[in-house]
Write a protein that binds this ligand. Structure first.
Ligand code: HEM
Length: 442
């Protein structure tokens, strides 16, 4: 924190990740060097997802959280799929104003693939070319150069993910008075902001067959696609880990239900306004993020100027990798770190706050989607716990099946697939959830 937060003026650059750059991830601002391009895109997102800005998205988050809960309650086997669809709907509606038709909608499938590849292409130590950048110039046919065709394939996906929705928005929604606000309105909204890359830049140069990154450089398109990518897998994985934690800890669920029943009661569903009155729910959220941080090594920063720390000379260009996982599992601060125990915070917000301070990154690079992400996560946690019970599945002999969980590798980690059972707590809860879904509201 001394380096990445307090000295963030010089610790906010990104290391050059050659494989990620080759794969097209160098343009969206998450990997941009600390400079004007990064600043321009970041400003759009930081304003849009500020405390005040995100209020515009609350109704989308609430509606989709409820649809998600109703969906998994009806068919728990579809947990991971429902989650992708609903989380995708939230983020895509907020970025492009598009309502997903179903889980096969290319608005969803394309960014999900792009994120999977992002995680792989930025995994530290996975690519020789990151250590020996000269390798990027190897002819494609040479043995050992297969990473180049992989990168070319991934690059096309990044291109499609970034610009296809942007074009769709331009062609379908511009001027529509009825549609809800979305981040791309910073370009297309009446009288707002800069102009999009002109059509001939988007279409014409495609025909000219230039490389994707040279074809268009609209900061809003890149900012929107960064949000789309950054906001999906992170939240998806966090929610899956929450389900695991609940399945394995029925007593935590029981305590959460008592709090929810006291504060909210059986006659309505939770809203974001309830968050301040639910300290135990907030403790569960903090503990999920501590137990298995979804970005265990954050995203690497790099140092843009020589610096001295406790007598050590740190050279310009040094790679700074925050070991978030260790910080959150240090037994000195978190005794029995592998135990899921929301009571360790004793309902004290300043103790809970230490967790997001680490898992959402540092200094000028801190995640601009934090408040939004926490809002979505809260709504899912509070809605499912007030209406349902999450239980371990049973085998054919009636024995509980304890999942054997492993985690994927990469920048964003995911738990392996697991089965879960979900029971609705009451007819009233089912009715409240289903009425919302059957109204067809988008
Ligand atoms: C549980 C959910 C999330 C987690 C754990 C998370 C975590 C992170 C982390 C660790 C970083 C890197 C910070 C650093 O470099 O120190 C980051 C960056 C970023 N996140 Fe998130 N994030 C989440 C959700 C979101 C959402 C929902 C959005 C968008 C609405 C978002 C947008 C971004 C963007 C745009 C960046 C790049 C910031 C930059 O390089 O300046 N994230 N996030």
């Amino acid at each position: 924190m001394e380096l990445l937060d307090r000295r963030s003026a010089i610790y906010s650059d990104r290391p050059t990740m050659v494989m990620a750059n080759l794969s097209g991830y160098g343009q969206p601002f998450v990997l941009q060097p600390y400079g004007d391009n990064w600043r321009q895109q970041r400003k759009i997102v930081a304003q849009d997802f500020s405390q005040i800005g995100i209020a515009r998205y609350n109704s989308v988050q609430e509606r989709e959280a409820r649809k998600f809960v109703y969906g998994v309650m009806k068919d728990p086997a579809t947990l991971a799929r429902q989650l992708k669809l609903r989380m995708g709907t939230i983020i895509i509606q907020c970025t492009y104003g598009h309502y997903l038709k179903d889980e096969n909608d290319p608005f969803l499938t394309s960014p999900l693939t792009a994120m999977e590849n992002f995680s792989k292409s930025t995994a530290r130590g996975a690519w020789l070319v990151d250590f020996l950048p000269l390798l990027q110039y190897m002819p494609k046919w040479m043995p050992g150069a297969s990473f180049r065709s992989t990168a070319a394939k991934w690059r096309q996906i990044v291109w499609d993910t970034t610009w296809e929705p942007y074009l769709w928005l331009k062609e379908n929604l511009v001027g529509s008075a009825t549609r809800a606000y979305c981040i791309s309105d910073n370009v297309f909204g009446p009288g707002l902001g800069e102009r999009p890359p002109s059509e001939h830049v988007l279409h014409g140069s495609r025909r000219a067959g230039q490389k994707p990154d040279q074809r268009a450089r609209g900061p809003i398109g890149l900012a929107a696609s960064t949000v789309m990518g950054a906001g999906m897998d992170t939240n998806n994985s966090t929610v899956l880990i929450f389900f695991l934690a609940m399945m394995l800890n029925p007593s935590v669920q029981a305590k959460a239900r008592r709090e929810l029943d006291d504060v909210i009661g059986p006659d309505r569903l939770p809203t974001l306004n309830d968050k301040p009155s639910l300290p135990y729910i907030r403790s569960i959220m903090a503990e999920v993020m501590r137990w298995h941080p979804v970005m265990p090594l954050g995203i690497a920063h790099s140092l843009s100027k020589d610096d001295i720390y406790e007598g050590m000379l740190l050279l310009k260009g040094s790679l700074m990798i925050p070991n978030v996982w260790y910080m959150l599992h240090d037994p000195e601060f978190y005794p029995n770190p592998d135990t899921f125990d929301p009571d360790r915070y004793q309902n004290v917000d300043s103790e809970m706050e230490k967790i997001p301070e680490l898992i959402f990154g540092f200094g000028r690079r801190v995640c601009p989607g934090r408040l939004f992400a926490e809002g979505t996560f809260f709504l899912i946690v509070a809605t499912i716990l007030s209406t349902c019970e999450i239980v371990l599945p049973v085998d054919t002999k009636g024995n509980k099946v304890i999942p054997n969980i492993t985690f994927s590798s990469g920048t964003i980690i995911f738990p392996s697939e697991f089965d879960v059972d979900i029971r609705c707590r009451s007819d009233k809860a089912r009715e409240m959830l289903s009425s919302l879904v059957s109204d067809g509201a988008e």
